[in-house]
Design a protein around this ligand. Sequence first.
Ligand SMILES: [Zn+2]
Length: 393
Amino acid sequence: MFNQGRLKQVTSALPIMAALCVSSLAPLTAMADYVGPAVVAKANRQLWGETINTPAGFDRASRASILVYILALQDMQRLSEAEMLTSFKIKSVNRASVEKWLGKEYGLSLLNYQRASTNCSVSDWTCIGNVTTIDDLEKKAADAKLRTPPNLLAWRDNLDNFSRAYIAEQLRLAALFPKVSSEIDFFNENEWNGDAFSDRQFYLSFDDGPTGTQGNTDETLGMLETEKKSAVFFVLGENLQARLKKADRESLTELYTKQCVASHGWEHQSHAKWNEWQDSIKRTQSLLNETLSKYNVVPLFRPPYGQRKDDSGEFFQSQSLHVALWNLDSQDWNSHVTIDDITNRMITLMLIKRHGMLLFHDVHPKAKAALPQIFKELGSTIEWGDCHQLTKL
Ligand SMILES: [Zn+2]
């Protein structure tokens, strides 16, 4: 099931990702002109050419990626309010929210570079010595850029373009927050998005299911079983109810065995604008608790589009639910994004971010094809968390 509202909402963000074609040397004043055809930022990891399937290989690729990312961040933070209004096609910019996101992203990038550098060797161009401040990281990243080996210049340009497109995507969300709520920020301590997970720790999540019997949900679950991985499935109450009309309770418990199931609300509507949002959450939670075992149901709620009310914290606490957002969006719902694009995008983001909550949709077929490739390429260099641990965060 695909919600048209989501298509409309996210398609409007696509032109920003057209930063794909922008040279790293482009003057900042040109940024407002980057709005072009709907092109999604696509990284080409083949240009890196080294394995990331060992701890040292992962860290080296991670360091190199963060060095590119931090310079893109430095450039993009200079976007003026007027440039954001034009580039992001929005009517107002919450500058404080933008500054907050930038500050957080700089802090995370510094920490991530430090984490990736624990086993650095002097002769490695990605090793820039101890960095303790953001200024230091930016300065040394600029020096490292000049030392980029010639065979990696194409990789560098590609990642620079990807980074700018990704940062634009995030800045747009930050500029709109809290008028338009999303995964970009929180309203209270009861909400999280994966930014605070431990180094190299990743979790999987799938939204919008379940599909009808023998659909993509079943196949996605089969893939996870084969790969021995777990995930949280944020289901829509109405979809679960529809499935229950054709399948008994036991078969659903069997279907989600070893996995976690949580609420995505009754209908795929913004829970910031819908009058019945509280009823949506209560109904879905009741159905989950009646249908599945205590082991399967985890006390989390993921708002459709990440949209919830700024004063909803008290209600969620009264329901003993945490608001579980995400920080690594696969865009697998997007018809312009192929299975390869998803693999490239997610691995690139995982190297830059080094931890987080991955967002996929089990109602679409791409994740079940992209994830085995992601698992294979990363091997055991990272930790895929058990979804049941999320309730202890
Ligand atoms: Zn959804």
